[in-house]
Design a protein around this ligand. Structure first.
Ligand SMILES: [Zn+2]
Length: 55
């Protein structure tokens, strides 16, 4: 668990849908503050499950 320090200290977040940590990606460099999901799939699932989740 303490061995997740490989990827050059990239920032990480916890996906609000699946609860798993995910790592900063190049495509998010401009929107990182707004990113809450690890993938498009989780974002879609979140919207489907609770359309009025925290916005
Ligand atoms: Zn996720």
């Amino acid at each position: 668990m303490a061995r997740m320090r490989k990827k050059a200290d990239l920032p990480t977040k916890i996906c609000v849908t699946c609860g798993k940590p995910f790592t900063w990606r190049k495509k998010w460099e401009r929107v990182w503050d707004e990113v809450r999901y690890c993938s498009d799939r989780c974002r879609a699932d979140a919207k489907r499950a609770r359309p009025d989740a925290q916005s």
